[in-house]
Design a protein around this ligand. Structure first.
Ligand code: SAH
Length: 243
């Protein structure tokens, strides 16, 4: 029930398919994300993939076809879980956490925050049978070039990054616009009290009260840091700087 004149944005819905539903909400139950969850700005259901196993032992994995180490999550069990969590007509994107996926970036995070929600699948073992990725059109997403033991932490990373951008979650919207990656640059250095820390004063310009000078200084610092640490970001934004 929403009061007239105050249009409520619909709840952003997250469903996570996992073998460890007890790990959720975990860190997402604290701080900004936890408060937003309690306020109903977003919802989270953790669904146990094992509940969709067909046999008495509730088997979800089997040996890799062709041999090799480890186990592989079965396509049929995972497909049943996906179909139950996301029936026909559910327009939410379906993401599979995977080191083979497209690396997550702030642009994808923002796009997800502007949609209706997400279905996230946390892999385990050596990964999932390729056929369920094709048949359910899963978008593979990676959180970095390293290998985790399971997709739950990766799913939490995706959710944390998205939820903080939902309307009403962050107190100060301006802080989302200035922070790292918002403009393809890393953020400028930040300072607060005390004015002198172990002989290191706050840069004089920040105490000048000259807002144009401060803005210029921050811009220069952001560009210097980005060039030194992440030259790849600068070459990627080369295009839209000429616009
Ligand atoms: N054998 C696989 C790794 C499996 S790790 C390979 O070499 O590609 C087990 C699960 O952890 C994966 O199915 C995935 O869901 C999750 N995972 C591991 N690393 C990840 C990463 N960098 N980003 C996102 N998910 C990851």
């Amino acid at each position: 029930m929403s009061s007239p004149g105050a249009p409520q944005s619909p709840v952003w819905r997250a469903s996570v398919l996992t073998l460890f539903p007890e790990l959720f909400p975990g860190p997402l139950g604290a701080s900004l994300a936890g408060k937003a969850l309690a306020e109903g700005i977003w919802s989270l259901e953790a669904i146990d993939i094992r509940a969709f196993a067909a046999d008495r032992h509730r088997t979800v994995d089997d040996n890799p076809a062709g041999g090799g180490p480890g186990m592989v999550m079965r396509a049929d069990v995972l497909a049943r879980a996906i179909d139950a969590a996301s029936p026909l007509g559910d327009s939410r994107p379906r993401l599979l956490t995977s080191p083979r996926g497209r690396p997550l970036d702030q642009a994808r995070v923002r796009a997800l925050s502007e949609g209706p929600g997400i279905l996230l699948i946390a892999g385990r073992f050596e990964g999932v049978d390729e056929r369920v990725i094709e048949a359910r059109r899963l978008e593979e997403v990676s959180i970095g070039d390293y290998v985790l033991s399971g997709g739950e932490l990766a799913a939490m990373v995706v959710l944390d990054a998205v939820v903080r951008l939902l309307p009403g979650v962050m107190g100060n919207i301006a802080s989302a616009e200035a922070e790292s990656f918002a403009e393809g640059l890393l953020e400028y250095p930040q300072y607060t009290r005390p004015q002198v820390f172990e002989d290191r004063p706050i840069p004089e310009v920040l105490l000048s009260g000259d807002h144009a000078r401060i803005a210029r200084w921050r811009r220069e610092q952001a560009e210097r840091l980005t060039a030194a640490r992440r030259p790849d970001l600068l070459s990627r934004r080369g295009g839209h700087e000429q616009e």
